[in-house]
Design a protein around this ligand. Structure first.
Ligand SMILES: NC(=O)c1ccc[n+]([C@@H]2O[C@H](COP(=O)([O-])OP(=O)(O)OC[C@H]3O[C@@H](n4cnc5c(N)ncnc54)[C@H](OP(=O)(O)O)[C@@H]3O)[C@@H](O)[C@H]2O)c1
Length: 239
């Protein structure tokens, strides 16, 4: 049975992915800060799940909890680095921006780097990062968030290149969701093509199992991705 670890599995996309992965036969290791949510999920999933409370902004502590979980199940095949926060609602202060960077950039890098080394040592594995279509451009109402997701995508690209030069067989997958219903997007205005987290999770798992390099979720967001790529910066600057 394949083993998948998910960071940020206490709600939204992470929780939905866990549920779907279990239905496909995976054993899942669920992590996040909210222990009460993790306990509810453990009760629901039984032996198919193990839980570990961790905060990705405390990397050493977080990694020792992850190592403990890995030891318990004998190894991890897929690591989905999904933990993330946003200032989608337009909050703009050095403190809010720092918080987004701490979780989405530093927390992500610390976990991704350690998992990459783990897979190198193990000889194989799949590292999946959840970036966003929002990582393809800057946006005034979520300045740090967009910048943080650009970091995620570019860091993953660097890891993919490292994987090519490594003796290990490591797949690096960049998942770029559009708008998905979750705590993160609750109350946000101006969204379109919004999909339920369950629907997005099915598409995410398809992309993971197909060992895609990059995947827009749902796929129609690739059109927006293309549009962003061909739009001159002087127009994007006016958003
Ligand atoms: N919803 C969208 O439209 C959308 C679009 C594109 C990309 N994404 C990305 O998808 C991922 C999941 O987001 P979501 O929409 O499912 O939102 P969500 O329901 O708010 O989930 C965010 C998850 O991140 C975890 N998290 C936050 N801070 C953490 C920390 N310091 N340490 C460990 N875990 C932490 C949360 O768990 P705890 O609070 O329990 O720690 C939660 O499980 C994020 O990376 C997000 O940027 C979402």
């Amino acid at each position: 049975m394949p083993v998948m670890i998910i960071t940020g599995a206490t709600s939204g996309l992470g929780e939905a992915l866990a549920r779907h992965a279990i239905s496909r036969g995976y054993t899942v290791l669920l992590t996040g800060r909210r222990i009460e949510r993790l306990q509810v999920l453990k009760e629901e999933f039984g032996d198919a799940a193990r839980i570990g409370q961790l905060d990705v902004t405390e990397p050493e502590k977080a990694w020792s909890i992850i190592e403990q979980l890995i030891q318990e199940v004998g190894g991890v095949d897929v690591a989905v680095l999904n933990s993330g926060v946003s200032n989608f609602q337009g909050e703009f202060s050095p403190e809010t921006e720092q918080w987004v960077i701490d979780v989405n950039v530093s927390g992500f890098m610390q976990t991704a780097n350690r998992f990459f080394s783990y897979f190198e040592e193990r000889g194989s594995g799949q590292l999946v990062g959840i970036s966003s279509v929002a990582g393809m451009f800057g946006y005034r109402a979520s300045t740090a968030y967009c910048a943080s997701k650009a970091f995620v995508s570019n860091y993953l690209q660097g890891l993919r290149q490292r994987a090519r030069w490594s003796k290990a067989s490591i797949t690096v997958t960049d998942i770029r969701p559009g708008f998905v219903e979750s705590e993160m997007t609750e109350g946000k205005k101006g969204m379109f093509w919004l999909v339920p987290a369950d629907y997005a999770a099915v598409r995410m798992l398809e992309a993971i199992e197909a060992k895609k390099t990059r995947a827009f979720v749902p796929r129609r967001w690739a059109l927006i991705g293309l549009l962003i790529t061909v739009t001159p910066n002087r127009l994007l600057d006016r958003l």
